[in-house]
Design a protein around this ligand. Structure first.
Ligand SMILES: *Cc1c(COP(=O)(O)O)cnc(C)c1O
Length: 383
């Protein structure tokens, strides 16, 4: 979506519209010939799926990149999270944030587990550990936190609650590929961590997911679950499903992974420019920008009372910002009847969801594009 026009032409021009639609995300695409070369190897092996050599190679590269002992690949992040929760024997009720993509509570519901929504911290927008304990009942078996926009949950506090109260801790790190907490990789916390490898995520395999876990038994269960519960030719131990990643997707991942660091550098520069322009407006709250080695740079999200106006003004300019995460999961038809969904139980999440706006954020945006988008948002915030 690079726009060639010089700054002076468009930044302050009355018509700041883009000639092509500008989206929040754009998938990182490797050089096509690289991918074709990898596919040629797949063709000559005639192995297209079933934990083939490309998937195995990507699992080991991801373990290394993510700084975790063990990674398993799946056909998408939702199935990956569902199988991690099942492998950890989550039943009854599980404590979860409402400020997330709907896949997070859906996974619990598909397992017959009731999501218990707990409010978020107003700064990190992740689940508030101080409110978790009060929500624990004898039926509670786990805590499912989300590192929303790549902001790490308070992992120390949540892991400590899990240990103290005998609950499993699972993290949805769909936004947190490569996030570190004071140098410790995010996937080292909790009992399992899920990464989505969907095309809109920083690192992707078009469709895909991964789980990092430590416990050997949990890993073995997930491996069986993703392949119909098959142990060997004549033994089916568990009620599994098809959660396998194909060799075509794994090949794409092997080509995309080397591009991630460069993309992070480009996104960080764009985040800094957004912050510089939007931070001058007192009505806009800009995010803190993590150092390269700690951040995932998945989304760039601002908060402003005039969020809807900013969204509408951007739409007029052909810019498709996203109100992640509005509506809250607890306000969807399928969850609003739950006791924990009552808005008075979730005042901060309800307020934050009215203020958030994710802006286009990828290396395909020129610095001029960033300036134009920022100026539209800033004008809308003060209008
Ligand atoms: C993208 C996303 C998912 C789902 O991942 P898929 O790979 O698309 O199934 C889950 N949780 C969050 C927070 C996400 O953003």
């Amino acid at each position: 979506m690079a726009i060639a026009n010089p700054r002076s032409d468009r930044r302050n021009a009355p018509n700041r519209s883009f000639p092509h639609p500008v989206y929040v995300a754009r998938p990182l695409l490797p050089d096509f010939e690289n991918y074709a070369a990898s596919l040629r190897e797949v063709w000559s092996s005639a192995i297209l799926t079933n934990a083939g050599p490309k998937a195995r190679a990507l699992e080991s590269e991801l373990s290394h990149y993510l700084g975790v002992d063990h990674t398993l690949l799946f056909n998408n992040g939702t199935i990956a999270l569902m199988l991690a929760c099942r492998a950890l024997r989550l039943r009854g009720k599980v404590i979860v944030t409402p400020f997330t993509f709907q896949a997070t509570p859906h996974v619990l519901a598909w397992l017959g587990v009731e999501p218990i929504f707990v409010d978020i911290d107003p700064d990190s927008m992740t689940i508030d550990p101080a409110k978790i304990e009060a929500a624990i009942t004898p039926d509670t078996t786990g805590i499912l936190g989300v590192h929303v926009y790549g902001n790490p949950c308070d992992v120390q506090a949540i892991d400590a609650i899990g240990k103290r109260r005998g609950l499993k801790v699972v993290y949805d790190a769909a936004h947190a590929f490569g996030t570190c907490v004071n140098g410790t990789p995010i996937g080292q916390f909790g009992d399992a961590t899920m990464y989505s490898l969907h095309a809109t995520k920083l690192f992707h395999t078009a469709e895909g997911g991964a789980v990092a876990a430590k416990d050997a038994e949990t890993i073995e269960r997930m491996e069986h679950y993703r392949n119909f519960g098959i142990v060997d030719e004549f033994t089916v131990k568990d009620i599994g499903i098809n959660g396998k990643m194909s060799e075509l997707n794994a090949s794409l991942g092997l080509c995309v992974l080397p591009l991630v660091e460069g993309e992070k550098v480009a996104r960080r520069a764009r985040a800094q420019l957004y912050n510089e322009i939007l931070g001058r407006n007192v009505r806009i709250r800009v995010p803190e920008i993590a150092p390269i080695q700690d951040g995932s740079f998945q989304y760039y999200c601002v908060r402003l009372p005039q969020r809807n106006r900013a969204y509408d003004e951007l739409r007029k300019a052909n810019v498709f910002a996203r109100k992640y995460f509005y509506p809250l999961c607890s306000n969807y038809d399928c969850y609003k009847h739950l006791h924990s969904s009552t808005p008075s139980n979730l005042p901060i999440a309800n307020r934050v969801s009215e203020e958030v706006l994710c802006l286009p954020f990828h290396s395909g945006l020129s610095m001029d594009d960033v300036e134009i988008i920022a100026s539209i948002v800033s004008d809308a915030a003060t209008a």
